[in-house]
Design a protein around this ligand. Sequence first.
Ligand code: UD1
Ligand code: UDP
Length: 360
Amino acid sequence: MRKILTIIGARPQFIKASVVSRAFSETNNINEIILHTGQHFDANMSEIFFDQLRIPRPNYLLDIHGGTHGQMTGRMLSAIEEVLLTERPDCVVVYGDTNSTLAGALAAAKLHIPVAHIEAGLRSFNMQMPEEINRILTDRVSNILFCPTVSATENLKKEGYPFIAANGLTQHIELVGDVMQDAAILFANKAVRPDDFAVETDFILTTLHRAENTDSPARLKNIIDALNRAHHEIAPVVLPLHPRTRKLIEQQGIELKVHTIDPVGYLEMLWLLNHSSLVLTDSGGVQKEAFFFGKACVTMRDQTEWVELIEVGANTLVGAESQRILHAVADNLNRVVIDEQKLYGGGKAAQRIANIIQNF
Ligand code: UD1
Ligand code: UDP
């Protein structure tokens, strides 16, 4: 029996872990222990995903959130280390590029415990993003680099990977596909309409939370201005509002005149994706989910890690300039996109990951 310790803490990680956790439980020789750092803690940012996606309850819930990046990451590092010393797992699994990811990977590497990084190799080449720092450092200390795309494997090779990991073993680069596609396929037929959702058709599904947009008053104002105008002039804008963005909009007294709702569960999100006419976002995961549901995506960022979506013309990068956002929204409304090349592995990533980990 192999003891695997999974470290999660933020919304997208619960969704990713749901499919991998299932794949682990289908093997006969993996015993998974789940640690939730507490980074996301509102019921609709955390608990709802455990309920809807039937993720086993965390064995450890650390309740660490808020503060500066250093405070959050430092507190996690120290608390995770304690758990690792008690559990002594054969391998630690981390997802993506949040502070929980980096704290988990670093705590394990310093104890010479093998680290498996799911979503390795992604790069925006913008070192000002907290996510870019987290993913580069996590890749460097990991043993198994599970890449979702060909371009992620190429990024690693260009940077000189594989290196020797902290436990003295050579790193493995594994192209497995994207676990978010597994989740979208697995749960698509369980999608549910959000309660009291009044908008009927032709809406623009929008999400907005990235620090590069929300923490810059000028970018945030430009984006909200574009959303207000798109809602008035093009089609209803439906915005499940991330708590970070809600706080900053309130603090700055910006007027938001779109159809705002609280963050929704994953099954409601799948319904919204499926019924939207366009996706407008700065999220990493939502860019791909638009594609999985055949919708064009307009991305309010200056770079994306999911470069293949730009190459096939499914996604348009517009930054945070109002006029560019509005033009792209008008041009892409109701445009259908098709995944001709199975860019994200076709829904078998979790199974591949479980097979590799059980034989590692
Ligand atoms: C984090 C990740 C980001 C990821 C996002 C997914 C980092 C550095 N950033 O950003 O890469 O895209 O999660 O959603 O790890 N808050 C609440 N309730 C919650 C969760 C957050 O009120 O349930 C508040 C926090 O108190 C904080 C703000 O939202 O004030 C930001 O939360 P934080 O976890 O620091 O970063 P995210 O913006 O969520
Ligand atoms: N999501 C959700 N409810 C929402 C908004 C997003 O379930 O109200 C899901 C979305 O479908 C995707 C994931 O959360 O699977 C993306 O997370 P987020 O945008 O917070 O983070 P990112 O992917 O940018 O790191």
